[in-house]
Design a protein around this ligand. Structure first.
Ligand code: BV8
Length: 225
């Protein structure tokens, strides 16, 4: 079976109504990254950061998977492809769209993390300051999100899959955030075919052998077909 590693970013969820980060109406337009997506920002103003993630939890819960999510699930279950989705997204639309083999390298909105002992558990819909860790009892609950300066999850597993892939596909990401943005160069260096499916050329577009540009709900099903 052909092994495909698919990196996804905010653009694959855009047509489900979930805002991206760097578009003109993007999430970062209203917030400084260092205020809401860094450990220092959380230490400085936990209520602001909890508000930011509580809002995004509500938005993700109200969103539905779109045709792009469903096309990737169909690819995974067609019996001819071994598909791993490595997503930078923290929503659960890949899973709700039917994908089973998904790594959330930047964490999930549905997860909570104890900053004291590292325990991870399903997050309450609305996270409040002072919630206790069920494992160690410390009031050190935080969103289970990988912030800037923190190590993304399952990197060894991702690099192993990348090196063994026949094809690397990047969908809906601007290619601004590392180490995810470096995957295409790693794939190319390993002689693996690379494809970009995005609304427009990303920061790493020069590294891709092929590209299709347009809305994900049109170009992803067209590619999978
Ligand atoms: C780390 C939290 C090291 C989750 C996020 C070099 C090497 C390594 C690190 C660095 C490096 N240089 C700098 C760094 C540090 C930093 C970094 O990359 N900074 C950047 C800004 C330069 N990286 C880190 O800090 C990472 N950690 O490297 O740790 C380490 C080593 C040892 C020990 C400890 C640590 C951590 C990165 C994770 C940060 N967390 N967010 C959350 O709140 O959601 S990043 C944030 O950006 C999100 O996770 C998001 O997923 C990610 C990427 O954004 P995109 O998904 O690409 O979204 P964007 O809006 O940018 O683009 C959307 C795209 O979709 C666009 O191209 C658009 O055209 C397209 N689109 C829009 N609509 C559609 C569409 N496409 C198709 N259809 C549509 N309809």
């Amino acid at each position: 079976m052909a092994k495909i590693v698919i990196l996804t970013g905010a653009g694959i969820s855009a047509e489900s109504g979930i805002r991206t980060f760097r578009a003109s109406d993007g999430l970062w337009e209203e917030h400084h990254v260092e205020d809401v997506a860094t450990p220092e920002g959380f230490a400085r103003d936990p209520d602001l950061v909890l508000r930011f993630y509580n809002e995004r939890r509500a938005a993700a819960a109200a969103a539905e998977p779109n045709a792009a999510h469903r096309a990737l699930a169909a690819l995974e279950s067609d019996g001819r492809h071994e598909v791993l989705i490595v997503t930078q997204n923290v929503d659960d639309l890949h899973e709700r769209g039917g994908s089973r083999n998904v790594i959330h390298m930047h964490g999930t909105l549905t997860g909570a993390l104890c900053a004291a002992c590292g325990h991870r558990w399903p997050s309450p819909a609305v996270m409040a300051r002072g919630d206790c860790c069920p494992a160690c009892g410390a009031t050190a609950e935080r969103p289970d999100i990988v912030w800037f300066g923190e190590m993304p999850y399952q990197m060894e597993e991702i690099w192993t899959a990348l090196r063994a892939a026949d094809l690397f596909v990047s969908i809906g990401t601007s290619g601004n955030v590392y180490p995810a943005a470096g995957f295409v160069a790693d794939a190319r260096h390993a002689g693996i075919a690379t494809l970009e499916l995005n609304l427009e050329p990303s920061a790493g577009s020069a590294y891709f052998d092929h590209a299709l540009h347009g809305p994900a709900t049109r170009i992803v099903p067209a590619w999978v077909a």
